[in-house]
Design a protein around this ligand. Structure first.
Ligand code: K1U
Ligand code: ZN
Length: 173
C-alpha cells in the first residue's frame, strides 16, 4: 500500500474524464488499496481515483461514524441509472479543494450500477449522505467538481484563491 498525493485545484488533471476499468487485475486492486490508505489518512469519506492522478473510473467511500467500525466501499465503473426529482441540499467539501465548504443541491435519491472488486455487477439505492457522496465522486470521474454546482461568482473566487496559492507555492519551491 502507498500513501499518494492528492491533486489540488487548479490541477488540470482534475478536469479529465476518467476511463472505464476493463479488467480488475492486481494493478487495480493495488490502486484501490492506495485510494483507501490516502482517503483514511486525509481524512476523507470518499475519493475518486483521479484525485490521486489515475484517470480510472473507481470510487472509494467510507461513511462509518467515528464510533463505528470501518465500512470500506468500492465502486468500479459506477453509473447513475436513476435520480429522484426530489432534491436535497448538503454542505459539501472536497479533498482537492481543502478547507472550502458550501451547500450543493442534488437529487435526494439515486440508483447506481457498478462493479464490485470481484467484477460482480451490483446496484445500490442511496439517499442521504451516501447519495450526495456518490454523486460528488461520480462527478469527479467526469471532470466535474462540486464548485461547478455553485454560482459563477463563487466558483471563480475559489479558483482564483487556489490559483494564487499554487503560484506562491511554485515561487517558493
Ligand atoms: O471527493 C472528495 O474530495 C472527498 C470528500 C467527499 C464528500 C464529502 C462531503 C460531501 C460530499 C462529498 C470528502 O471526504 S471531504 C472531507 C469530509 O467530508 C470529512 C472528513 C473527515 C470526517 C468527516 C467528513
Ligand atoms: Zn471531491
Amino acid at each position: 500500500m502507498a500513501l499518494r498525493d492528492i491533486l489540488i485545484l487548479p490541477d488540470k488533471r482534475l478536469r479529465k474524464v476518467s476511463e472505464p476499468v476493463k479488467k480488475i487485475d492486481s494493478a487495480i486492486r493495488r490502486l484501490v488499496e492506495d485510494m483507501f490508505e490516502t482517503m483514511y489518512d486525509a481524512p476523507g469519506i470518499g475519493l475518486a481515483a483521479i484525485q490521486i492522478g489515475t484517470a480510472k473510473r473507481i470510487v472509494t467511500l467510507d461513511l462509518a461514524k467515528k464510533d463505528e467500525p470501518n465500512d470500506p466501499q468500492v465502486f468500479i465503473n459506477p453509473e447513475i441509472v436513476w435520480s429522484s426529482a426530489e432534491k436535497a441540499t448538503y454542505e459539501e467539501g472536497c479533498l482537492s479543494i481543502p478547507e472550502f465548504y458550501d451547500e450543493v443541491e442534488r437529487p435526494a435519491q439515486v440508483k447506481v450500477r457498478y462493479l464490485d472488486l470481484e467484477g460482480k455487477s451490483c446496484e445500490i439505492e442511496a439517499d442521504g449522505l451516501l447519495a450526495t457522496c456518490l454523486q460528488h465522486e461520480i462527478d469527479h470521474l467526469n471532470g466535474t467538481l462540486f464548485i461547478d454546482h455553485l454560482s459563477k461568482l463563487k466558483r471563480d473566487r475559489v479558483i482564483k484563491k487556489f490559483a494564487k496559492a499554487a503560484k506562491r507555492a511554485a515561487e517558493t519551491a
